[in-house]
Design a protein around this ligand. Structure first.
Ligand SMILES: O=P(O)(O)OC[C@H]1O[C@H](OP(=O)(O)OP(=O)(O)O)[C@H](O)[C@@H]1O
Ligand SMILES: Nc1ncnc2[nH]cnc12
Length: 177
């Protein structure tokens, strides 16, 4: 499949969850057998250096992150919305395109020096991915990069991550907020 064909599988829902937001809905891409496997394969070949762990961000990032971890042969670190993990956690607040939230991870999910790739379905302002990077770094993990299915470049997430020294790639872009 071409990138344009993959792009056509992403549905756009206007004014969700708030007026003015063009919601890029990856669930329609996930429904498509070939679209899903092509997405995972394209992400996999974009990773030159296999990390120890993939840090996948709740909720949509879990889907892509888990599939990519199996394909690359690495472990999966779950970054969850605060209050969902049973063990001892650390947490970071962040802002996103349509609100704010708090992410958490188990304090023992990553050891000092482990190499961690951040994975999510979509990059907008970068607030979520940067909060995930802060969590991993707080326990001594090394961020090797970040991968997304979709980038909304006008929201500046790519620039913000690169300014933090994180290597970033996404499979496709959508214009506008
Ligand atoms: O770059 P940012 O501006 O931080 O936005 C990107 C984040 O927003 C979406 O998640 P959302 O918080 O809507 O959660 P969900 O996956 O649980 O629906 C998306 O899946 C990313 O995690
Ligand atoms: N426009 C958007 N569509 C889907 N998920 C998002 N997360 C942040 N902004 C988003």
């Amino acid at each position: 499949m071409t990138i344009d064909q993959l792009r056509e599988l992403v549905r756009t829902i206007p004014n969700y969850p708030k007026p003015g937001i063009q919601f890029r809905d990856v669930t329609t891409l996930l429904l498509h057998q070939q679209g899903l496997s092509e997405t995972v394969e394209r992400l996999a070949v974009s990773v030159a250096d296999k990390p120890d762990l993939i840090a996948a961000i709740e909720a949509r990032g879990f889907v892509v992150g888990a599939a990519l971890a199996v394909r690359l042969g690495c472990g999966l670190l779950l970054i969850r919305k605060d209050g969902k993990l049973p063990g001892e956690t650390i947490a970071e607040d962040y802002a996103l395109e349509y609100g704010k939230d708090r992410l958490a991870m188990h304090i023992d999910a990553c050891t000092i020096g482990q190499r961690v790739l951040i994975v999510d379905d979509l990059l907008a302002t970068g607030g979520t991915a940067l909060a995930a990077a802060r969590l991993v770094r707080r326990v001594g993990g090394v961020i090797t990069g970040a991968r997304f299915v979709i980038d909304l470049p006008e929201l500046g997430g790519g620039k913000a991550l690169r300014a933090d020294g994180i290597e970033v790639a996404a499979l496709m872009e959508f214009a506008g907020a």
